[in-house]
Design a protein. Structure first.
Length: 421
């Protein structure tokens, strides 16, 4: 049964990797793309909350969890999403799918764990239409499009410092390419002008975290976590091209590069502000957990001279996550569903984007289940998220989305001789 599940999972993975569309959100046109959640499928189900840790799961955003790690863990996550988009005058539907993460974690020594892997950091994929007019009143049709993404490699280390306290650190190596285009034309003319801008981004930053699990009673523990992600300064190598394109087939007719060194825009930097999270919760080990986490970052000074947008400004961003899980009876090996993990959570986010003087917010509810695979350690996790983002006010787009995420968490019981009875 396990082999069949693994084979089916990797067949789906192959399909996803062949035809990835990282995002379907129109709001990915802001800045360098939609910032993606650095959480596993399990954490996503609890409202994107990453404060909970245990000894058998990967935690992408909280390296202190590695201080508890008891087994080698292989984790991979996939997602597919459907978005229904609506403005005052138009409606459309979009689909997207992507690889969420690949990670490997293992104990280096007693109370010391290490993890490495890769995951997308931002994603951009949009196509928007707008009408304008020139100084003579002539109608101009504008097509705005963009694609690309920034990925990050991570290397994490976690240590159990004291009986109830774990600490950890991660280093992120960020890399990727973003391309934005604007095609402008006059109605009933077959050619248009194009402004194409490409940025190749690189940068390094880090993450520090601490996690406390303190007994309050014989059965109930207090969980508390603090996470700091450092400022992320991305260096950007830029290319600008302008020229003429054929509107019928989208091919370039005559496109030339612009010498950006004359304006100092050939190499720029994008400074992403630090992000801080704090969370608290209560629970019983291998039975239930309920908690809340607050994350904030000040985007008000975020600037990108090369990819600037006149109708976009930035402010402080925040994410409030509330959620938890329940296991009916983890020791009941006679009942498969009694040993399964049932998760739920909500998230409310102020993205920090202000477009046409409208704050862009995101609200979602999440439901998930963790199904044992072959034994008590490995599991197959699924999360369903239903949410809404943006508004139809001021000529903007309201996005309603449904996201399905699937994660496979395999432990060393399948790759090495059993050492735990």
């Amino acid at each position: 049964m396990l082999k069949r599940i693994i084979i089916v999972f990797f067949l789906v993975l192959g399909t996803q990797l062949h035809a990835q569309k990282y995002t379907s959100s129109p709001y990915s046109y802001v800045g360098f793309g939609e910032m993606l959640s650095s959480t596993t499928v399990e954490n996503q189900a609890m409202g994107k909350m990453s404060m909970y840790t245990d000894s058998i799961h990967l935690n992408l955003n909280n390296p202190a969890a590695l201080g508890k790690l008891k087994v080698t863990n292989y984790a991979i996550g996939l997602s597919s999403s459907y978005s229904s988009l609506a403005s005052d005058s138009q409606k459309s539907d979009n689909l997207a799918s992507r690889l969420e993460y690949i990670g490997v974690s293992f104990p280096l020594a007693k109370k010391l764990g290490f993890s490495f892997g890769v995951m997308p950091f931002t994603a951009m994929d949009y196509r928007l239409y707008a009408e304008s007019s020139d100084s003579d009143g002539t109608q101009l049709d504008n097509i705005f499009s963009g694609n690309g993404n920034i990925n990050k490699l991570y290397f994490s280390l976690g240590k159990k410092l004291f009986k109830y306290l774990d600490v950890g650190a991660s280093m992120y190596a960020n890399f990727g390419t973003i391309t934005k285009e604007r095609i402008q034309s006059i109605p009933e003319v077959f050619n248009g002008t194009i402004d194409r801008r490409t940025s190749r981004l690189r940068g390094v930053n880090y993450n520090l975290s601490a996690h406390l699990q303190l007994p309050l009673t014989e059965k109930i523990d207090l969980y508390a976590s603090a996470i700091h992600t450092s400022v992320n300064e991305l260096s950007s190598e830029n290319l600008k091209e302008i020229g003429t394109v054929n509107l019928e087939n989208g091919t370039d007719i005559e496109v030339n590069s612009v010498d950006l060194s004359l304006t100092g825009l050939d190499q720029t930097s994008l400074v992403l502000p630090a992000r801080n999270s704090i969370g608290v919760g209560f629970g019983t080990d291998k039975s239930w957990f309920f908690g809340a986490q607050y994350t904030s970052s000040d985007l008000s000074n975020l600037e990108n001279d090369f990819l600037s947008q006149a109708n976009v400004s930035y402010q402080k961003s925040s994410l409030m996550s509330v959620g938890g899980f329940f296991i009916p009876n983890a020791s009941n090996f006679a009942s498969y569903f009694q040993r399964s993990v049932y998760r739920a959570g909500i998230h409310l986010s102020n993205t920090g984007y202000v477009i046409n003087n409208q704050e862009i917010k995101d609200f979602g509810v999440n439901f998930g289940v963790g199904l044992p695979v072959g034994g008590v350690l490995s599991n197959l996790n699924a999360t369903l998220s239903l949410g809404t983002r943006g508004t139809k006010e001021s000529g903007l787009i309201k996005e309603n989305y449904v996201k399905l995420k699937i994660g496979l968490s395999l432990n060393d019981i399948w790759f090495a001789k059993r050492q735990i009875n």
